[in-house]
Design a protein around this ligand. Structure first.
Ligand code: AMP
Ligand code: MG
Length: 340
């Protein structure tokens, strides 16, 4: 039996740092909520008189989205699609499919929601971890061609053997939805942390930036630095977030669609800063698989986001739009590189 390593980063799941708010004005009053959904402890904080009601709505929304995207829940659209039904897909599933298809196309297939059977074979769905045989992986890789799925058809039927998971984008979609709910309900200042997904609305009530810690993938209860951000999402994908050990080898949960094995792109983590939470999440997974050179090429060609990559050889690469907003932690042995 493989040994299951529990990630030690739970403390830093709450990876945003607030300064205490002062003053007795309504706008400064902080309301907080913890929600457990999508296998993740989620921390929501909103400010002002309208925050409590907005948090109630946000909590309902997170539970609704958990059910919508859960590939193991028999009533979910994803489950029904995966089990051969023709489903009149909701506009939300259609929107997420389009996002995935867009990043799939632009990243050379590195983000691929059709990897579900492979992810399941590794045990990353039900925590029954095991290393699949090369033959099993090769057979499963036959069914991951996204062009085989007609995402423009409202009545969608997946080809036989093709199954979906939105695990790489669901939390980012959820953080974006929660921020939208806050904004619609009169909240102007809020921040949420859904596992490795942080997203803010507005600025802190005192008008200053939010400070978001970026986890050190080599010491996951510490940060490698802090980002000072306005209204945006900060999403990290990393091998340290979920993995197991078998016969002395570590296998993590981000799969390279070319091989069916955990990605070995030379990165320990990829952090994306981008105003849209769902896109940030899609990109974090894709850039993790693309690696250092692929990420730089993608950034130069498409733009619309900034990034911090941590490489296996001890470098922290900071894209040019973040060099003024990122402060490295003291006492780390990384080489911090500001890209130009
Ligand atoms: P994230 O933490 O956002 O990078 O998403 C990782 C999760 O997405 C994994 O736990 C898998 O469920 C799924 N996944 C793994 N590799 C890929 C991939 N290359 N493309 C799409 N989804 C993936
Ligand atoms: Mg992702």
């Amino acid at each position: 039996m493989p040994q299951i390593l529990k990630p030690t980063c739970l403390a830093l799941v709450l990876c945003f740092i607030f300064s205490a708010c002062s003053g007795g004005e309504d706008a400064d009053i902080k309301s907080e909520r913890q929600v457990f959904a999508m296998d993740t402890l989620m921390q929501l904080s909103a400010y002002g008189a309208k925050a409590e009601k907005a948090l109630d709505l946000a909590e309902d929304e997170l539970l609704r989205l958990e059910a919508l995207f859960d590939p193991e829940l028999e009533t979910s659209e994803v489950y029904r699609l995966n089990n051969g039904e023709t489903v009149y897909i909701s506009s939300e599933i259609s929107k997420v499919l389009e996002l995935c298809y867009s990043v799939y196309s632009t990243s050379g297939g590195m983000l691929n929601p059709l990897l579900y059977p492979i992810i399941k074979a590794w045990g990353f769905i039900d925590y029954e971890y095991s290393v699949p045989s090369d033959d099993d992986i090769a057979a499963l890789l036959d069914n991951v061609t996204f062009s085989s799925v007609d995402i423009t058809n409202d009545a969608l039927t997946l080809p036989s053997g093709v199954q979906l998971t939105f695990g790489a984008v669901a939390k980012g979609y959820a953080s974006q939805s929660v921020i939208d709910i806050f904004a619609k309900n009169g909240v102007t200042s809020a921040i949420v942390s859904l596992g490795g997904n942080v997203q803010s609305l507005g600025l802190k009530p005192d008008g200053s930036n939010w400070n978001v810690a970026v986890i050190d993938p080599e010491a996951t209860n510490t940060s490698l630095g802090t980002l000072s951000i306005g209204e945006t999402a900060v999403v990290t994908s990393g091998g340290y977030q979920r993995y197991f050990e078998d016969s002395g080898e570590i296998y993590h949960h981000i799969i390279d669609p070319r091989t069916g094995y955990p990605s070995d792109s030379g990165l320990l983590s990829a952090t994306i800063v981008c105003v849209d939470g769902a896109l940030a999440d899609a990109l974090s997974t894709a850039m993790f698989v693309l690696g250092e050179t692929g990420t730089l090429a993608y950034y130069n060609e498409f733009g619309g986001f900034e990034y911090i990559l941590v490489t296996q050889d001890g470098r922290v690469l900071i894209s040019k739009g973040l060099t003024d907003s990122f402060t490295p932690s003291e006492g780390k042995s990384y080489e911090y590189v500001n890209l130009s």
